[in-house]
Design a protein around this ligand. Structure first.
Ligand SMILES: C[S@@+](CC[C@H](N)C(=O)[O-])C[C@H]1O[C@@H](n2cnc3c(N)ncnc32)[C@H](O)[C@@H]1O
Length: 307
């Protein structure tokens, strides 16, 4: 779909009465709102790999996910890998019972393959035990979440939650930070510092590309940078389309200012985008180097600085 048509539909749905129901219907019909968990399973496996690389174990640990979305695939996979508890927090109550049930069924279908693959993260015995529990509760998804220690907090703001200091070991998110306004991001990072244990870590996977490009390959992955702040707000300043357009150094300075230091950083740079598509970034992006302009993906592992 042409990205401008999509942007218009999103703008209309955001303001019209009943727009949310209509937008969800469109996502189910034409988008990727379904119970297929596999793209998120791959992301969670990547997160587990990042933790393993830093010798951080999952078993018994307390996770806190910012921005659940429609289906809690990442929390479920951390549970299966042995997490002690997972809080998953969303500003909007979007989780869908039917999708959740479908996710459990998909995971159970591949049980043996997943156990074999995930043995590097957690003992086979624990994986088997957790899959058994999931099988037992697959028709009662809410009960499954409860017994799995997956706490869905929604509607709730990850920048201010009713949990004690030092409650969590790992603060995580996937494709969430880019949808949050910078001032709220600082609030979330400050709250993460309060919630994290002394040796706790944060792991954030952030998509810095123009999200309209995901459905319209005729535009560049950095197309949105050619618009001024006001123009971009007119196009995408609504709850469905908003992206903050921050570049990698902006995220790093927000986290650094709030006592989180970078342990590991990985970026994906789409080098030819600017040249091949002729996108000229708006003057408000003039202070960024070429690499920062062309970065489409940022992954950060952070740790609390010593007090
Ligand atoms: C793109 S979706 C998340 C997708 C999900 N993490 C995944 O991997 O599929 C972004 C989510 O972040 C949530 N969100 C935005 N601001 C938030 C905040 N301050 N606290 C908690 N959740 C927030 C939105 O409601 C939305 O459901």
């Amino acid at each position: 779909m042409n990205w401008k048509t999509k942007a218009l539909i999103m703008r209309v749905c955001a303001i019209m009465p009943g727009g949310h129901t209509f937008y969800t219907l469109l996502q189910r019909q034409f988008g990727n709102l379904n119970d297929d968990p596999w793209s998120r399973v791959a992301v969670q496996e990547e997160m587990a790999r990042w933790l393993l690389n830093d010798r951080i174990t999952i078993e018994g640990k307390v996770f806190f996910e910012v921005g659940t979305g429609h289906k809690p695939v990442i929390p479920i996979c951390f549970f299966l890998m042995g997490a002690g508890k997972v809080y998953t927090v969303d500003l909007n109550r979007r989780m869908d019972r039917k999708l959740l049930k479908g996710v459990l069924v998909h995971l159970l279908h591949k049980r043996e393959t997943l156990i074999e693959k995930w043995k590097v993260f957690t003992s086979e015995g624990l994986l088997t035990q957790r899959f058994d529990m999931m099988l037992h509760r697959k028709d009662e998804p809410e009960r499954f979440l409860q017994e799995a220690g997956i706490h869905y907090l929604a509607p709730a703001d990850a920048g201010s939650v009713d949990l004690p200091d030092g409650e969590i070991d790992c603060h995580i998110s996937n494709t969430v930070m880019e949808h949050i306004e910078p001032a709220v991001l600082s609030k979330i990072a400050r709250e993460a510092c309060r919630l994290l244990k002394k040796d706790g870590v944060a792991l954030h996977f952030i998509d810095l590309s123009d999200h309209f490009q995901h459905q319209d390959p005729s535009i560049s992955t950095i197309n949105f940078l050619k618009y001024s702040e006001n123009e971009w707000n007119r196009i995408a300043g609504n709850e469905y389309a908003y992206t903050n357009r921050l570049r990698a150094p902006d995220y790093i300075s927000i986290f650094n200012e709030l006592s989180l230091k970078v342990l590991r950083k990985e970026v994906q740079v789409n080098k030819n985008q600017q040249l091949s598509t002729g996108v000229v970034p708006d003057s408000s992006f003039g202070s960024y180097c070429e690499e920062d302009i062309n970065t489409t993906d940022l992954r950060l592992l952070l740790q609390k600085k010593e007090e």
